[in-house]
Design a protein around this ligand. Structure first.
Ligand code: HEM
Length: 412
């Protein structure tokens, strides 16, 4: 398989997906009590401990130790060569890390390759909608998830959002590939490296004078935070597709969920917190995601950076307006108000009026011949706009993307 490079990751819409996990609320104390039952999880059982107080007991002490003993630069360099799920680990890794990765790279017993093959079919068929929803629903939503927004803003990645998006894009790209979880694919590697990166953030952020001043938690990226961000991805995306009346066969819908359940597991989320069905996912999201959405200074700044990433292409003349309007269409007026995204007199009505028709045509629900005059041009313009989102980030050449364990916070 072709080595995913910055360019091809971005070309396939991964970047849009990437915005989705940019990393996540009203103060923790405002969160309701954890009442979601592990009976609804992918394994149907669990201890039922409130996930706000659970992190990653295997990865966290290990990565803290790697950072403290100065091993991370060497480890990051060695792990650059580990790209395929089935590939042997490079020689020279510290023994404790090697043992951790060998365990963490194993798929759980409930992984179902038949469902994953169906998920690939779904990703291929619905790539456009998935890309745009990951980017402008999930991605922009991450800026109104206070824990995530602050973690991203004050961690190392916050200093270079373009690089951060590009790296996160890799996950959005890998999950949609044919062989995502097969030995010649890369999703397992991406998830395990991300798990290590998150463990690094858990160790480093509490040392940031900026983060500690504003944070309402002592250690970031709890299992609850992970689930919040997870819901900003598949659960939110599926809501958008349903809102647009995209017909989705039951097996494809279940398969898409399965690929994200597996992703959650490989990222170190405990099985007892991973919803076993869409109904369970929606009920958990209502408990953990919806109540925490809120503006923060950091989130407003991140959203502004994201909306202006196209400045290098067109000076922001068109891109910023289009991205703002897309965000409003996806997330609505309230969130755009929080993020101080201005109304777009030209583009807001365009998305409002034409997106449903665009979807309908794409789905073959409307015959092209029935389309009002000019609609075809608008249809193609939409596809172009979506591609533009990916083009924003193409300026960086073809370097392979490697997710790394951070060694520092954002210095600013
Ligand atoms: C890093 C995905 C949840 C904060 C990353 C990376 C990926 C990723 C792919 C590597 C990119 C890079 O190195 O820049 C995800 C997914 C999540 C999730 C799929 C949930 C399903 C969270 C949550 C938080 C968070 C809940 C915070 C509350 C961060 C931070 C980084 C990171 C701060 C490191 C950036 C740096 O290196 O400075 N995440 N993430 N993530 N994530 Fe997450």
């Amino acid at each position: 398989m072709e080595q995913p490079s910055r360019r091809n990751v971005l070309m396939t819409g991964g970047v849009l997906g990437a915005l989705g996990a940019l990393s996540v609320a009203t103060p923790a104390q405002a969160r309701p009590l954890w009442t979601w039952s592990p009976k609804g999880s992918v394994v149907g059982a669990g201890k039922g401990v409130d996930p706000r107080w659970v992190w990653d007991e295997e990865a966290d002490p290990l990565v803290a130790s790697l950072i403290d003993r100065g091993d991370v630069p060497k480890v990051n360099m060695l792990l650059k060569t580990w790209t395929k799920n089935g590939q042997a680990l490079p020689a020279g890794l510290p023994a404790d890390l090697k043992a951790f990765i060998e365990k963490a790279r194993q798929l759980p017993s409930w992984a179902d390759q038949t469902k994953l093959a169906t998920a690939y079919k779904f990703n291929q068929k619905r790539g456009t909608y998935l890309g745009v929803s990951y980017g402008f629903a999930s991605g922009m939503m991450s800026t109104v998830i206070p824990h995530e927004a602050r973690a991203v803003y004050y961690s190392k990645g916050g200093a270079d959002m373009r690089d951060r998006i590009t790296k996160t894009a890799k996950l959005g790209y890998d999950i949609g590939t044919r062989n995502a979880f097969l030995p010649d694919g890369e999703m397992i590697v991406t998830c395990v490296k991300t798990r290590l990166a998150h463990a690094g953030v858990r160790h480093l952020l509490p040392q940031s004078p900026y983060w500690t001043k504003v944070a309402d938690e002592q250690i970031p990226i709890s299992q609850a935070d992970m689930m919040v961000t997870w819901h900003s991805l598949p659960t939110t995306v599926m809501k958008q597709l349903t809102r647009w009346k995209v017909p989705i066969p039951a097996d494809e819908s279940a398969a898409f969920l399965h690929s994200w359940q597996l992703t959650a597991h490989m990222l170190g989320i405990l099985d007892e917190y991973i919803p076993g069905s869409w109904d369970e996912a929606n009920s958990q999201a209502a408990q953990v995601l919806d109540p925490v959405l809120a503006p923060t200074t950091e989130g407003v700044k991140l959203a502004d950076i994201l909306l202006h990433l196209g400045v290098t292409i067109d000076g922001g003349i068109l891109t910023t307006h289009i991205l703002g309007a897309l965000t409003r269409y996806m997330l609505g007026d309230e969130i755009c108000g929080w993020l101080q995204i201005p109304r777009e007199p030209v583009w807001d009505p365009v998305f409002e009026a034409f997106w449903p028709t665009f979807v309908a045509i794409k789905e073959g629900l409307l015959k092209i011949t029935d389309a009002p005059p000019g609609l075809l041009q608008v249809y193609w313009a939409f596809d172009e706009i979506i591609r533009l989102g990916t083009l924003l980030f193409l300026s960086g050449g073809n370097l392979p993307i490697s997710i790394q364990i951070p060694t520092a916070n954002n210095p600013n």
